[in-house]
Design a protein around this ligand. Structure first.
Ligand code: BES
Ligand code: ZN
Length: 643
């Protein structure tokens, strides 16, 4: 029974309770179809970013058997899918983008007819397979040539400089470029994988790692020293959370159930930075209940990883730009860890509900930081988040901008377009506003309970709102009015009751920035004692127009152009570009060459392009060189900026 997933187990239980014969229950392959998750039956759960028709036929398990072919930059092999089909359903529709499909068969090898529909530039093409009664289909295929999920790095793009590297990024709808499945966050499946990696390279995935050292291979592949690695995820997850990396990867334990994977040459400083991870898991559990995934490890990737972090279950993927040397950027770990509840345990059913993932997680991240490092550090981070919110509202066209809504209309659009700081910061602000209205104790009890009640289920905005009313507000008209749920979730702008958490330290920082701008000395002694959020605040609080002399003085005093702290380097370079400050250009060029995190890369190119005849030539010449180094996610965004 232990190998059965939750839904299967629930179905069995229901059957037993209904008095059905035990013999029927014990049949080898489940004669019982797992029940359709209730959320999928609600109209709001219809996913405009997937061709899947999960109410007709749904993928419940994926079994991958793939070889990482570095020479041809493709994954090649098979995906076997278990299908739960409604009575009479004849076909299953999968998502695919650029996949090279070689054959589709049933479990016994009999060919099944399939068609690949017309390709949409955002969604890719539907892969429709005739089931002919099959419950399991086997697809032989190659990943999409140049597909967006996978980045194949040359040895020069790694820390070790000796071996190539491969990693995947699934969120939002990229996994359909290397896995033929229903790539919709409302469809959860368990999965297993066998990955063949070349000699000297290790494969890791967001699952239980069954063969940490790999297994030798028979035949030609084995002669070359390649090995096979096996993985198992026995909890149902959304497809965007299936993740893979292959490279020269070492492991260091951090705590009992935590550890870090990264390249051997950067392991020492990486493990130093992450000492608090085990404590973070404990803090998170004390807030919202048991960690549901077993181990919590991190994989710190080469610098072209396009995000700060990605919450792949059991194995957060993270950018090396958080390795500052002083553990000052670990809130990112708190964030990705928080997704183990908000995102992985209960995840957005569609990308229009993205705020359910990120707003909850930003809120939860801050609670973990508070628990571990105290309220003042948490308040500073929340206050910087408030500034980010103001920036996001501006970018969305102001308080009346359609995309200032939490629940988004993304029909016909790339889900990426909706993934702004509104989801994160307006989302977190909404939850703080509820917390204030009901009190922390009651709110925490509700949240803990919410995660337990919806564990391993996808959730829509409407579903959350209904739950909030049923289990927290409980018809209290005063509470309902004090919060104003519908305005927060479905309307544009920022409601008047928004809670702005203020740092007690920032007013002094702001005053020093104002004094510096008008000719005062660079506050070096203060700077030395400041934390990263205070330093960030000082630089972002300076007026955007500063004289070359003031900039030179600041750079010299604080060593800004040579900053190893990526967050501070970033805000400094933004200020420098705004002022067309030539001496910072080499630092800018290095920064944009040495890492490819979109959050840093895209705004700096945008700032450069906004600086007409000064910035545009710099941007164009630089992007011609750095574009091939970036992951498709970063490239896609910067391509729309540097033209
Ligand atoms: N899940 C996101 C990353 C993501 C978002 C990938 C949208 C694809 C589409 C992750 O949890 C995240 O939010 N990362 C942030 C860092 C965080 C500390 C705010 C990032 O990458 O900057
Ligand atoms: Zn996140």
């Amino acid at each position: 029974m232990t190998s059965l997933n939750t839904t299967t187990r629930a179905a069995l239980l229901a059957l037993l309770l209904s008095g059905a014969a035990a013999t029927a229950v014990m049949a080898a392959t489940p004669a019982v179809q797992p029940p359709i998750p209730a959320v999928l039956k609600s109209p709001e759960a219809r996913d405009v970013h997937s061709y899947a028709q999960p109410l007709v036929a749904r993928v419940t398990h994926i079994d991958l058997d793939l070889t990482a072919d570095f020479a041809n930059q493709k994954m090649t092999g098979t995906a076997a899918l278990d299908i739960a089909a409604a009575p009479g359903a004849k076909e299953v529709v999968l998502d695919s983008k650029g996949l090279v499909i070689k054959s589709v068969t049933d479990a016994k090898g009999a060919a099944l007819p399939f068609t690949l529909g017309k390709t949409d530039p955002i969604l890719g093409a539907p892969l429709t397979v005739q089931l002919n009664g099959a419950k399991r289909i086997v697809i032989a295929y190659d990943s999409a040539p140049g597909g967006a999920a996978l980045q194949w790095l040359t040895p020069a793009q790694t820390a070790g400089k000796a071996k190539p590297y491969l990693f995947s990024q699934g969120e939002a709808i990229l996994n359909r470029t290397w896995i033929p499945t229903q790539d919709s966050p409302g469809v959860r499946q368990t999965w297993t994988a066998r990955i063949v990696a070349p000699a000297g390279l290790k494969a890791v995935m967001s699952a239980q790692m069954l063969t940490p050292n790999g297994e030798p291979l028979a035949g030609k592949l084995g002669a070359g020293g390649g090995r096979a690695y096996r993985f198992r995820m026995d909890k149902p997850v959304a497809s965007y959370l299936i993740a893979l990396a292959v490279g020269e990867i070492a492991f260091t334990p951090l705590g009992q159930r935590t550890g870090v994977y990264t390249e051997p040459s950067v392991m020492k400083k990486t493990a130093y930075e992450l000492v608090d991870v085990e404590k973070m898991v404990e803090a998170a559990e004390s807030l919202y209940g048991p960690y549901a995934w077993g181990r919590y490890d991190l994989l710190v990737l080469p610098p072209s990883f396009p995000f700060g972090g990605m919450e792949n279950p059991r194995l957060t993927f993270a950018t090396p730009t958080i390795i500052a040397g002083d553990r000052s950027l670990v809130s990112l770990v708190a964030h990705e860890l928080a997704h183990s509840w908000s995102g992985n345990l209960v995840n957005n059913a569609t990308w229009s509900d993205f705020w359910l993932n990120e707003g909850f997680t930003d809120y939860f991240e801050n609670r973990i930081m508070e628990k571990l490092y105290g309220p003042e550090r948490a308040n500073m981070l929340a206050d910087l988040g408030w500034s980010d919110l103001q920036g996001a509202i501006k970018d969305a066209g102001g308080l009346t901008g359609a995309d200032t809504r939490l629940h988004l209309d993304l029909a016909g659009r790339d889900p990426d377009d909706g993934m702004t700081d509104i989801a994160y910061q307006k989302g977190a602000t909404f939850l703080r506003t509820i917390e204030k209205a009901v009190g922390r104790a009651r709110w925490d009890a509700y949240l803990k309970n919410y995660f337990a009640r919806h564990a391993f289920q996808s959730q829509t905005t409407a579903g959350f709102v209904a739950d909030l009313r049923a289990s927290l507000i409980k018809g209290d008209p005063k509470l309902e009015a004090a919060i104003g749920i519908d305005q927060w979730v479905y309307q544009v702008g920022l409601p008047d009751n928004a809670v702005h958490i203020k740092s007690a330290a920032f007013p002094a920082v702001d005053a020093l920035a104002a004094a510096y701008a008008t000719g005062g000395p660079a506050p070096l002694d203060k700077w030395k004692g400041w934390s990263t959020p205070e330093r960030t605040r000082f630089i972002t609080s300076l007026p955007r127009a500063l004289s070359k002399e003031r900039l030179a003085d600041l750079d010299k005093a604080f060593g800004l152009s040579a900053q190893g702290n990526s967050e501070i380097r970033f805000v400094w370079l933004e200020l420098a570009v705004a002022n067309r400050y030539d001496p910072a250009v080499p630092s800018l060029q290095t920064f944009l060459t040495e890492q490819g995190r979109r959050k840093f890369v895209a705004p700096l190119f945008k700032d450069l392009m906004a600086q007409g005849d000064w910035g545009q030539p710099i941007a164009k010449a630089l992007y011609a060189k750095t574009r091939p180094l970036y992951h498709a996610v970063t490239r896609q965004t910067v391509d729309t900026i540097v033209k």
